[in-house]
Design a protein around this ligand. Sequence first.
Ligand code: ATP
Ligand code: MG
Length: 414
Amino acid sequence: MRYSKYPFKTRKTIGRDLQSKNARLLTQAGFIHQEVAGVYNFLPLGLRVLKKISDIVREEMDATGAQELLLSSLQNKENWQKTDRWNSFNALFKVKSRFDTEYALGPTHEEVIVPMVKQFVSSYKDLPFYLYQIQTKFRDEPRAKSGILRGREFLMKDLYSFHTDEKDFNNYYDKMKKAYMNVFKRCGLNAILTEASGGAFSKLSHEFQVITENGEDEIIYCPGGDFSSNAEISPVKEGKQCDLGHGPLEKAKTIEVGNIFPLKTRFSDAFGFTYKNEKGQDVPIIMGCYGIGITRLMGAIVEVYNDEKGIVWLSSVSPYAAHLVTINKQQSTNNKAGDVYNKLQKAGIEVLYDDRDDVSAGEKFADCDLIGIPVRLVVSDRTQGKIEWKKRTGDKTELLSVNEVLNRLRQTML
Ligand code: ATP
Ligand code: MG
């Protein structure tokens, strides 16, 4: 992409109502734009990051045997009444049509998926199966001060699993714990598997918590890695010795990037969702649900990976693999940079090309640091036919040929 053609250039000043670090940095760098409090537009750079994250999530969900679908956002009120959540789900947005029909605007999708799959399942032979989607959710959040960490409209991956019995459910639940850890690791985050309240469904659920100073949650955890509990339900306090001798438990502020729940028969019972076992008896179906906040994950990555100059993307989630900059007093330099751009594009490498000719080198470099792409490539009158390579995380520069640049970038894509 030629940056001269990008409508959403970096900004020096942004609205004062953007209090969180993620919203400030992402807005300044041209990734997102606030529509109203808690609601954001994702601009082309931001959408690229969401796609990178979503693709990682898709790969890991598909690897568990799950299948992707897309469910409706306008949801049947009657089904929310059947689960007793029409009035008790506090953050539910309700939409009234001009013909007086009322809908729930989907904050989650048990009320859609359960009555739907019920029409297709009759026997134990139809089970188990796992369905997920990546879709916009709506929640009327009371506080929305954490940027894209807490939106009133946000992107979530939600997966629902359907089983004949607890044992089969437990196997899949464990598989999902691993799949979730893979997702967060590939996004560069060290997520801590944390015991949390199961809400209305069961005693416990499991959250995936990332330590950052700006987190809204709090965990009590063992730095040795064998215990973590949401502070809301923790049976122990910080300072208590870890049973396995890892020293005192610590308390930390965290962001909940994912949450998985045993649903047992909470929703099957509400909809009379059963299957016939081998003896022909009707048995309730056991369910699990598994969420990852895709937009929250993007915000969490920015909260963890930034410095005083801007965002610092990891290559797995970066909008582009390289940020090519031309510093052009001479036309020949511009031509050379254009050649490099074409060559990289042809090789399938995603490049952001700052081809502007009315902006100083200093400003272009500051933009590179703010936008945060992992590799900066400079072609200038002084690079003598070569390309200057610099990582976002370092100061060292090297002069390389186009082929050397290509090879190195291919390495980062592996
Ligand atoms: P929270 O406690 O932060 O309000 P939750 O526990 O109500 O979230 P879940 O129903 O567990 O949320 O949703 C699954 C995942 O979706 C969460 O782990 C989180 O990553 C994400 N998520 C939930 N609410 C929001 C929101 N308002 N904005 C962005 N992401 C969200
Ligand atoms: Mg949760």
